[in-house]
Design a protein around this ligand. Structure first.
Ligand code: NI
Length: 223
């Protein structure tokens, strides 16, 4: 396995449409996936798409966030003091999921705003709208067909990585570029707040004045 150089915004490979992979089991594809795994592990982040390592092919890898309690599901049974002491999410130990020739379909039109970063746009974060719930399908690293439903951060990561396959970087999805900034400055000025999950799509916000796009959970996703 090799750690590959990551293309940064401005490189043409990030602007093109990546090609379908005809043979997911081909040795060069398997090697690319292994190298992407090594590269993501080295760089840190939630996911990586092949164009980011200068390969215009339709393959992405991403970490599926650990299953927390479904949003809103636990609140009746588990009321207590955990809110304040809940530890921050830790990187999942499992290897990232591999998805070849992925196809995404939104489930419904609900979208949510949250912060994203990208290994190809280093040092920056922006507030990006994404579909809250999607279905995606494709082929996994062993050549098996996969189809899954995803919501929340999981859905966000998959949408972010799939965008790379079509030449789209997250700033291109932002309706308000004033919310694109350097991580350090956003942290310093607390535009970025490590807070609760954003309210579920059907729920009214629980907290009053500070609830808004700026208080959405900071996932600091880099992909
Ligand atoms: Ni990215």
């Amino acid at each position: 396995m090799a750690i590959l150089k990551i293309a940064r915004m401005g490189h043409p490979v990030l602007r093109g449409k990546a090609a379908e992979i005809a043979d997911p089991g081909a040795p060069e594809i398997q090697r690319l996936i292994a190298d992407m795994m090594a590269t993501l592990a080295d760089a840190g982040g939630a996911g990586l798409a092949a164009p980011q390592v200068h390969q215009p092919l339709r393959v992405i890898i991403f970490h599926i966030p650990p299953e927390g309690p479904p949003e809103g599901a636990d609140e009746g049974a588990d009321e207590g003091a955990e809110e304040a002491t809940r530890p921050p999410p830790e990187p999942p130990p499992a290897p990232p999921e591999v998805l070849i020739n992925p196809v995404i379909e939104p489930e419904g039109e609900e979208m949510a705003m949250d912060w994203e970063g990208c290994l190809s746009v280093p040092g920056l974060r922006g507030l990006v709208p994404r579909f809250t719930t999607i279905r995606y399908r494709g082929i996994d690293g062993e050549g098996a067909r996969v189809e899954r439903a995803a919501s929340g951060f999981h859905a966000r990561v998959v949408q972010h990585e799939c965008d790379h396959l079509d030449g789209i970087l997250y700033p291109m999805r932002m309706p308000d570029l004033s919310l694109l900034g350097f991580e350090e400055e956003l942290d310093r000025y607390r535009l970025v707040i490590e807070a609760e999950e954003p309210p579920g799509e059907d729920e009214a916000p629980e907290t009053g004045p500070e609830t808004g796009p700026e208080t959405a959970k900071v996932a600091a996703k880099r992909g």
